[in-house]
Design a binder for this molecule. Structure first.
Ligand code: SF4
Ligand code: SF4
Length: 437
């Protein structure tokens, strides 16, 4: 066997092995289209290489050409080519009022004091919000995917979280532990992971990410929010891949509820632990006791990028995550925001926008929102669909190519996406080919 033949065998073997791995992974992910395309590609390349090696005089030129193409493709895919600029964040000049967020507005029932007060302040929202409130409630009969048993169970999970909203803060221990910032960061990150977080980061808390007034939860509605903590600990929790794949049906909402509960218990325990060290700490949990906006805080903590989808995309789990956070004065070493190709990839992809049943995700360019240049989700349209479906939908999370599980082949593609604009273009086509548009 000469050297050339050996090189052909190695390259051909590597290509077939890669498609073989991908096929097995796709079977495990229960993606029949991807499995079928992988098997077809694996067979095609195996036959091409076999034919080339056995009948070099007939297939030789094709084989040499394909080998060169494969080598060039690999080089372009993994070389640092083009840029994916980070999210552009200018000076943020104002804080968001939690009373204005859609989840709060849904709660202002006609005839109530809040309804009167709020729409006197924001009359432009009255008609839109009345229309949304006239639809069946989230998890209530009348929703397209309503399931009595699951709705009851999910409702119980959210009520459990609501019970925890009074335990987010508490007395700070009198004896302050003298801790070096680096040690403290290691300790809290370790504890968060032990408690069940998937990824943890720390950030200096940008005061502009703190809501200005209480809109939901047990604290007095409309009260100014005074959170002067210097640091934030943010974390992600991976959502189950198969549950998310059922979106927009009830199992994906069940998974959201479970992971919101897990995020709540991790945050409450972590905040309590920090207070025993003698430092103030407050947990920010769902349903609803957030004093801060989690996606920008998690972005600052280096946990991901904000994508077209309107929320955070993690480099490992994509959009398939829930977020949690604790704010504190315990001195910490902050992480830095990361970039891994999301801004450029989202410009080319559009999959979430095309598949969103309510048209809530923009197909066009970014908008400047309070100093941040981002794709602006139309939350009114999104929540309207939630009411129609009776679930929290999640189709955008399901179809996002970053949401594939972190297997060997998907991680290989992620490495290319992070480095090369060629890889980002090819991966958008590839995702359509393997998983459909
Ligand atoms: S959750 Fe559903 S309706 Fe809302 S933005 Fe995503 S795909 Fe659209
Ligand atoms: S589906 Fe595509 S466009 Fe939408 S967030 Fe994911 S990568 Fe970006």
């Amino acid at each position: 066997m000469n050297m050339l033949t050996l090189i052909f065998i190695l390259i051909g073997g590597a290509i077939c092995l890669l498609f073989g791995f991908f096929a097995v992974g796709s079977v495990k992910e229960r993606k029949s289209r991807a499995s079928a395309v992988c098997v077809a590609a694996c067979l095609f390349f195996a036959l091409l290489w076999l034919g080339g090696l056995l009948l070099f005089s007939v297939f030789g030129y094709i084989l040499v050409a394909v080998t060169i193409l494969a080598a060039v493709f690999g080089a372009l895919f993994f070389s640092p080519l083009g840029t994916s600029e980070p999210l552009r964040i200018g000076a943020i000049e104002s804080r968001v009022d939690e009373r204005d967020i859609m989840f709060a507005r849904e709660e202002y029932q006609p005839g109530s004091e809040k309804h009167e007060q709020y729409y006197a302040m924001r009359p432009e929202y009255r008609d839109i919000d009345d229309r949304i409130r006239s639809l069946p409630e989230f998890l209530a009969p009348g929703g397209r995917f309503y399931d009595e048993e699951k709705s009851r169970y999910i409702g119980a999970v959210f009520k459990t979280i609501r019970d925890m909203t009074t335990r987010v803060d508490g007395t700070v221990h009198g004896n302050r532990a003298e801790l070096d910032a680096s040690d403290a960061t290691g300790i809290v990150k370790n504890l968060a992971m032990k408690l069940g977080a998937s990824e943890v980061g720390t950030a200096l808390l940008n005061p502009m990410h703190v809501y200005s007034h209480v809109g939901r939860g047990p604290e007095p509605w409309g009260a100014p929010i005074e959170n002067t903590h210097k640091y934030a600990i943010a974390f992600t929790i991976e959502m189950d891949y198969f549950a998310v794949n059922t979106a927009p049906q009830m199992p994906t909402t069940e998974e959201s509820a479970i992971q919101y509960l897990n995020a709540a218990s991790i945050s409450v325990a972590l905040a309590r632990f920090i207070r025993t060290l003698g430092y103030p700490a407050r947990a920010h949990i769902s349903d609803s006791n957030y004093q801060i906006m989690l996606p920008p805080v998690a972005h600052d903590a280096g946990l991901g990028e904000l994508g077209r989808i309107g929320y955070l995309i993690s480099p490992k789990y994509g959009a398939r995550i829930r977020l949690g956070a604790v704010t504190t004065d315990l001195p910490l070493v902050p992480n830095r925001p990361i970039t891994f190709g999301v801004q450029d990839f989202c410009k080319k992809c559009l999959k979430c926008a095309v598949n969103c049943p309510s048209g809530a995700i923009p197909e066009g360019n970014k908008t400047l929102v309070r100093g941040v240049e981002k794709w602006l989700l139309d939350v009114v349209k999104c929540i309207h669909y939630w009411r129609v479906a009776g679930t929290d939908c999640g189709i955008c999370m399901k179809v996002c190519p970053f949401s594939h599980p972190p297997t060997f082949v998907h991680n290989l593609v992620r490495t290319g996406i992070q480095r090369s604009s060629f890889a980002r273009t090819v991966s958008v086509w590839g995702d359509d080919l393997f998983y459909g548009k």
